[in-house]
Design a protein around this ligand. Structure first.
Ligand code: URA
Length: 427
């Protein structure tokens, strides 16, 4: 087959800060998926995009080319509206776990097709896999059945959904080209648009533990994604939320499931409850229910019933005990004062070093590894009081984890400023 372009010309165009044509973009994404363009060439093009950016038209074309590389799903045959949520990834971010059942308890379908965690933020599938018997793989016909009956599903995205993104994301991960706004926006939105949800709420994280370290960058990423979604006919909005401090009191797979169940039982840490309720209200508003009382559904057991049905539908036992680490180690306060720093990135990397995350996509994760926070940001501590407990099945990991975690915690004499959890919404 004669190829329409020479890949070296395409790379040179972006290297020299020129605009890529729609035809060049469609061809290069397709040719890379077919294996005609090599990894080293796509890596060079990604780096040129990372350094020189893409304009709105190029981002739309790049996203569309990735959607065209695979299957498109449709939920049109369901009798209910669909609404999905995507988080750009945060430390201790277990919000998906209570959120899907909470929203589906109002008669809305929430099809969350997810990937596995890479790096310090952990993946939703890894968290749910700590529940005995639960399986992430669900056939398309079963997915539709569960959505119709119960409404909430968290499942592994099939290999057919935006395969170009899978290949390009794996390459970005090993070539320092992940944290680029056009590449992140097109990667996330190609999968969400191909998935076929009719509405989408994006939780764009801001701060040390997130891709976007400051509010301006997060705003730009959020607006780019909202525009991509709306242009493709998906009602889309974004919430910018804090990720300088971990969410909740736990980081790590089984530990986070435990905390999510506390929220579904009407308790749990206030930041997890606040963000879950805010995102649920946004999702239900997009689904046509602006007055839904989401806090009541957490208190009266409706969300918990929906969680139990969701876990059972995928082979899990919602009553089974969660696994516990064989080894723990406490880090205690060296002086009296207030916790003035509890750095999300440091604790995320620490949890990953304890075994909760993976370095390569084929690595296993420990269900039990992670961190429990006893004394949160802004709280008072006395010398000798426990701040965090580290959990792992492999105690030789404690030393390297402690190095990064202790550097991420500060105690000061003055109570620090209150955390702002939700910065703003982008429509
Ligand atoms: N999540 C994705 O799916 N893609 C990115 O590029 C970053 C986060």
């Amino acid at each position: 087959m004669t190829e329409a372009f020479d890949v070296v010309d395409v790379i040179r165009t972006k290297r020299d800060c020129q605009e890529l044509s729609p035809e060049q973009i469609a061809w290069v994404i397709d040719a890379y998926t077919r294996g005609v363009v090599g990894d080293e060439q796509m890596a060079a093009l990604n780096m040129a995009v990372f350094l020189n950016g893409m304009n709105r038209r190029e981002i739309v074309d790049w996203t569309q080319a990735m959607i065209n590389s695979g299957d498109k799903m449709s939920f049109d045959s369901l009798s209910k509206p669909t609404v999905d949520k995507h988080s750009t990834g945060g430390v201790g971010d277990k919000i998906t776990l209570p959120l899907g059942p909470l929203v589906s308890s109002f008669g809305v379908a929430v099809p969350q097709l997810s990937g596995r965690g890479l790096g310090h933020t952990g993946g939703t599938l890894d968290k749910l896999e700590s529940i005995p018997g639960w399986k992430a793989e669900v056939s398309n016909s079963r997915l539709m059945e569960i959505l119709e009956d119960n409404g909430a599903v968290v499942a592994a995205a099939g290999a057919g959904l935006a395969p170009a993104d899978k290949k390009i994301y794996a390459l970005r991960d090993i070539t320092a080209t992940v944290d680029s706004i056009p590449l992140i926006a097109s990667s996330i939105m190609s999968k969400k648009i191909a998935e076929g949800t009719s509405a989408l709420v994006l939780d764009v994280k801001v701060g040390s533990g997130a891709f976007m370290k400051d509010l301006d960058q997060a705003r730009e990423l959020a607006q780019t994604m909202v525009d991509l979604g709306e242009d493709a006919g998906v009602r889309t909005r974004a919430v910018l939320s804090d990720m300088t401090i971990p969410l909740g009191r736990t980081i790590g797979n089984a530990l986070e499931v435990r905390e999510a169940v506390e929220v579904l039982a009407g308790g749990g840490p206030s930041d997890v409850v606040e963000l879950t309720c805010a995102l649920a209200s946004d999702m239900l508003e997009l689904a046509g229910m602006p007055d839904a009382d989401v806090a009541a559904a957490l208190q009266d057991g409706r969300a918990m019933d929906s969680w139990r049905a969701m876990i059972s539908a995928q082979g899990g036992d919602p009553d089974a005990a969660l696994p516990q680490a064989q080894h723990t180690h406490d880090i205690c306060a060296s002086q009296d004062g207030y916790i003035t720093k509890l750095d999300a990135l440091a604790l995320g990397v620490g949890s990953w070093r304890l075994g909760a995350g993976r370095a390569r996509k084929e690595d296993p994760v420990q269900a039990t590894a992670g961190i429990e926070i006893h004394t949160g940001y802004g709280e008072k501590v006395s010398r000798g009081q426990k701040i965090v407990t580290l959990h792992t099945d492999t105690p030789d990991r404690f030393e390297r984890a402690m190095e990064v975690i202790t550097a991420g915690i500060d105690i000061g004499m003055e109570k620090p400023a209150e955390r702002i959890l939700i910065h703003e919404r982008i429509y």
